[in-house]
Each structure stands twice: as structure tokens, then as C-alpha cells.
Design a protein around this ligand. Structure first.
Ligand code: ATP
Length: 235
């Protein structure tokens, strides 16, 4: 069985600047995988590459064994891969509900996620559904961004730095949703700077540094020193 997502010697550039150097990761059905690493390690670039925001050579990214690295973002969404981008990128002129509905335009398939089930996942969004999305708190806006991605009923959910700038209690609520999203059938990649949080939720972890994977495996395989070295480099 091919993996849901596999990258093979993935490279990525911004103009002449190379941000990723030969990254191999995979995501299998039912898994939650975390990508950790310091600022600038290349985590967002990896997510943007899989999501088709940065295009690559086709064979560098495989979805169920098929090369998709050269596809544009809307085609990637149509294949069931949805990104919750860093910084949420909500539509400020739209209400909460309209932002959620936007997520359904790219792909119309039946699945567990509808406005109703997203409101059950995040009940506060139902209360706030007629408010402009940007009038919500940071944590609530993050819930809208997750809900918008779920509206395409993805098999694969890519989440970039969800907890950045949020209070611990809010982060806890958001992470509680992931077990439900996973139980509903999606495999998940979470980009996270908070190592403890990542190790808690992930089946497997990749650590990146300076555009390369420096450590990979199951959380129980690592001790603090391994992670410190992979995250910050040898001292
Ligand atoms: P962060 O936690 O800061 O988001 P990250 O691990 O997600 O870090 P990336 O955002 O992928 O890292 O950045 C990887 C490298 O690419 C960094 O050196 C960054 O400065 C550079 N970079 C990111 N976006 C761009 C861009 N749009 N144009 C040029 N360089 C970029």
C-alpha cells in the first residue's frame, strides 16, 4: 500500500534561495504526524509544497503513490488534501459561516464534515456564526480556519503552527478537536514549535533544521538530548 503522502528528496526554493534540501517524509492512513523545528527550519515551506502553493517537480510528492508535486493548490484540494495555513488567512469581510462555506467550494464530496458537524466540534462558532470572522478571538479564528479546511472533507489535513500566540487553555481545546478529526477518518500533519505538545499528540515526529530532517521516529524513541540536538544543532 503506498503512503497517503510521501515526499522524495523534496527541494523547495524562493527564487534563488533554497529553503528545503532533500526532505523525505511520509504520512500513512490513520496517523497524526508532527513536524517540529525552530523558526526558519522549513516546516511551513514543506506544508506549502504538499498543498501546492509552492510547486515542485511532480515526482517529489506522491499522493497514494501518484506524483502530485507539480499540481496547483486547487487541484491538490480536489484530491482531498487541505491546509490550515500559518496565520489563519481568514476572509475579513466575511462572517464565520461564510468563511466556513468557502472551504466547501473547492471540493464537493460527501463526508463527515458539514456546517452542523463543525458546529458540534466547535460549539462557540455556532454562537458566533453571523459575526465577522476577524471579530473573534485568536483561538476562535483558529477554529474557523480548521473548520474551513474540514469543509472540503479532506483525507489529509495539514495544520501549520496552530498554537502560535494562543493561550494554553485555548491550545488544549484545539488539540482536543484533533482526536475527533482523526477518529472521523483524516490523517493529519501538524507543524508545531511546542515540542511537548507535538510529542503528546503525534504517532510519529519529524524534526527539521535548516531545511533538512534531523530526526524522525515515534515519540517514545527519543530522549530530551536527541531532540535538543535535532532541534538546535550539536553544541
Ligand atoms: P516559522 O516557524 O518561522 O514559520 P518554518 O520552519 O516554517 O519557520 P519556513 O517559513 O518554511 O520555516 O522558512 C524556511 C526558510 O525559507 C527561512 O529561511 C525563511 O526565511 C525562508 N522563506 C520563507 N518564506 C519565504 C518567502 N516567501 N520568500 C523568501 N524566503 C522565504
Amino acid at each position: 500500500m503506498p503512503s497517503l503522502i510521501e515526499t522524495r528528496a523534496l527541494t523547495a526554493f524562493y527564487g534563488d534561495f533554497q529553503a528545503i534540501f532533500g526532505v523525505d517524509i511520509r504520512l500513512d492512513a490513520g496517523e497524526t504526524v508532527a513536524v517540529i523545528g525552530a523558526n526558519g527550519a522549513g516546516k511551513s515551506t514543506l506544508m506549502r509544497s504538499i498543498a501546492g502553493i509552492i510547486t515542485n517537480r511532480a515526482e517529489m510528492i506522491l499522493h497514494r503513490g501518484e506524483p502530485i508535486g507539480a499540481l496547483a493548490a486547487p487541484d491538490v484540494v480536489r484530491r482531498g488534501i487541505a491546509l490550515v495555513p500559518e496565520g489563519r488567512k481568514l476572509f475579513s469581510s466575511l462572517t464565520v459561516e461564510e468563511n466556513l462555506q468557502v472551504g466547501a467550494y473547492g471540493r464537493s464530496v460527501d463526508g463527515p464534515w458539514t456546517l452542523d458537524s463543525i458546529y458540534r466540534l466547535f460549539p462557540i462558532l455556532k454562537e458566533r456564526r453571523r459575526n465577522p470572522a476577524t471579530a473573534l478571538s485568536g483561538g476562535q479564528q483558529q477554529m474557523v480556519a480548521i473548520g474551513r479546511a474540514l469543509m472540503s472533507n479532506p483525507d489529509i489535513l495539514l495544520c501549520d503552527e496552530l498554537s502560535l500566540g494562543l493561550a494554553p487553555v485555548v491550545i488544549k481545546d484545539i488539540y482536543a478537536a484533533f482526536s475527533k478529526i482523526s477518529a472521523a477518518g483524516a490523517a493529519i500533519i501538524i507543524v508545531e514549535q511546542d515540542i511537548a505538545q507535538a510529542l503528546k499528540v503525534a504517532d510519529r515526529v519529524y524534526c527539521m533544521m535548516e531545511g533538512r530532517v534531523t530526526l524522525s521516529g515515534q515519540p517514545a524513541e527519543f530522549d530530551r538530548a536527541d531532540i535538543h540536538a535535532a532541534y538546535f544543532g550539536a553544541e
